[in-house]
Design a protein around this ligand. Structure first.
Ligand code: PLP
Length: 524
């Protein structure tokens, strides 16, 4: 019994010392050999597994290699891990200088046996990330990946990635990219290829966005890059920016990272998730610089009416705010709903409209998005200088992906088939909406666009106080991955987001599993 405890203690100290130095078993074996000792592979793995304790001479060798005290390593109580004889950084440098090496290999060996045995300081992430949240790929996702690594199958309803669910890129887009690949080897203009920007400009004209020329258009590695770029270009420390709640969390994350202060305005579930204009106005202060509109909305699937958009424009006009409008789902509207670009209603205000091909053309992986500066450009001259500087600094966006923008935006739009009756997105939306509302304790507003639904849970019935725990419990029990409502900067623990991209059969099974899970669920 006593021996077992000793072995365990030795193994645990050995593993700690190795982890602290970032060493694997093979590194220890190699360094022992470099130091003139002998250590076999199976011997080492037995030590790590706690199956045996080394002889004193081997323990001394291990201690030397790891730069720890041998007695401590062997499990003695009251000892310190630090080896008085372990070389400090300074002495390691001194030793290196006094034993000059003649070859590169010698230098590497020498470095390995001196510097690597010195405990390494820890590198912590920047405190700028302290309040940054991106739970679409957060801790629950990490747990799902760990489960997958163990061989378990997970149904991922957490991310709006069309390709894995059989939504294929239109053939013409692939064909055209192939044709142009050899012409896309160099950097492009930092804003993007002329032909791509011209096509985006024409698209802006069709959406009645005023005062747009080719120069007002920037391509990006997805809308994601441009959101980050704009937040960095605009926000000084403490500047406030109005962002919807729930939101697509990248907006809040990038505003925070840029040093800004995101202030969330409520989108009202009772009013089909429309922005609450009174709430917006109540949150405007002298530090508010801009308002973000996500229309069509992720995660709710709402599309805003002319009245609502005009209301937002009036507030922006009254309080002199810039408007950032994320319209990446504008071609995925259903039920005959017509999408209106807010910039078309605000020719006198500084506006930036974002869109891209990730969702409408099912090429999220190619990474191509854009932004269009419109309206009052005079008042955003300085901001534009900042945008240009940041755009130049990243050289340009992915050029092969830019080369298909013209093809994608012109001519027949295959995405329209998906969102009309009989189309996959349309039928899956109808099914998931009905199925969720049929579950006792779940209600959901019918989405009008995109491929997300944001259902509400009866927190009293399920005793839910922690939405991350809910998502984890569902993952563990049913192997279904969803994103918790809090991941979209929604304050209460009563929502989650479902991506309804999977084919009907899979979706049906997922909804049945969810219903089964909730039929007995009560959070502890
Ligand atoms: N904006 C919204 C509202 C989104 O939902 C997403 C992705 O899900 C993005 C932007 C990012 O898109 P991209 O692939 O263009 O970076």
């Amino acid at each position: 019994m006593e021996r077992t405890t000793e072995r365990e203690r030795f193994a645990s100290r050995l593993k700690d010392a190795m982890a602290e130095r970032g060493m694997k078993q093979a590194d220890v074996i190699q360094m022992a050999a470099d130091a003139g000792g002998k250590l076999g592979k199976s011997q080492m793995s037995q030590y790590v597994a706690g199956k045996t304790i080394p002889r004193r001479d081997v323990a001394d060798l291990l201690a030397r290699v790891l730069g720890v005290d041998a007695a401590w390593l062997l499990g003695a109580e009251g000892t310190d891990a630090r080896d008085a004889g372990a070389p400090s950084r300074a002495s390691a440098r001194h030793e290196a200088a006094s034993h000059p090496v003649s070859t590169e290999d010698g230098a590497r060996e020498h470095a390995a046996s001196t510097i690597r045995s010195t405990p390494m300081r820890e590198f912590k992430k920047s405190s700028k990330l302290d309040n940054v949240l991106y739970d679409v790929r957060g801790p629950v996702n990490d747990e799902a990946e760990a489960m997958e690594a163990r061989g378990e199958h997970i149904l991922k309803l957490n991310i709006g990635n069309p390709a894995p669910f059989g939504f294929r890129t239109p053939d013409e887009v692939i064909f055209d990219m192939r044709q142009q690949l050899t012409e896309c080897e160099g950097y492009s203009n930092s804003k993007g290829l002329f032909a791509a920007r011209k096509a985006i400009m024409q698209y802006a004209q069709l959406k009645h966005i005023p005062n747009v020329d080719v120069d007002s258009i920037y391509t990006g590695n997805g809308v994601s890059e441009l959101i980050q770029l704009c937040m960095n270009a605009l926000l000084d420390t403490g500047d406030e920016i109005l962002i919807p709640s729930p939101d697509y969390p990248l907006w809040t994350a990038c505003a925070t990272l840029a040093g800004g202060a995101p202030v969330h305005y409520i989108c009202d579930e009772e009013a089909e998730w429309n922005p609450d204009l009174a709430d917006i106005e109540s949150k405007i202060t002298s530090r508010t610089k801009a308002i973000v509109v996500i229309n069509p909305n992720n995660p709710t699937g709402a599309v805003y009416s002319l009245d609502i958009l005009q209301g937002i424009v009036e507030l922006a006009r009254k309080h002199q705010l810039m408007i950032f409008s994320d319209e990446i789902y504008d071609r995925l509207c259903m039920d005959g709903v017509k999408h209106i670009s807010i910039a078309s209603l605000a020719p006198d205000l500084p506006c930036v409209t974002f869109s891209g091909l990730s969702k409408s053309h099912m090429i999220a992986g190619y990474r191509i998005g854009w932004m269009i500066l419109s309206g009052n450009k005079r008042c955003m001259r300085d901001f534009i200088m900042g945008v240009n500087m940041l755009s130049n600094m990243r050289l340009c966006s992915n050029v092969p992906a830019q080369s298909v923008v013209q093809t994608a935006l012109g001519g027949y739009q295959s995405v329209e088939r998906y969102v009309e009756p009989g189309g996959r997105v349309y039928e899956q939306r109808n099914y998931v909406y009905e199925a969720l509302n049929a579950i006792d304790g779940v209600t959901a507003v019918k989405p009008k666009a995109a491929f997300y639904i944001f259902p509400k849970l009866d927190v009293k019935k399920f005793n839910i106080t922690d939405d991350e725990q809910f998502a984890l419990d569902l993952l563990h029990e049913k192997h279904i991955l969803v994103t918790r409502g809090g991941g979209f900067n929604w304050e209460k623990p009563d929502h989650f987001r479902v991506v309804y991209l999977p084919r009907m059969g899979v979706l049906r099974e997922a909804m049945e599993d969810l219903a089964d899970f909730l039929s007995t669920y009560r959070q502890n």
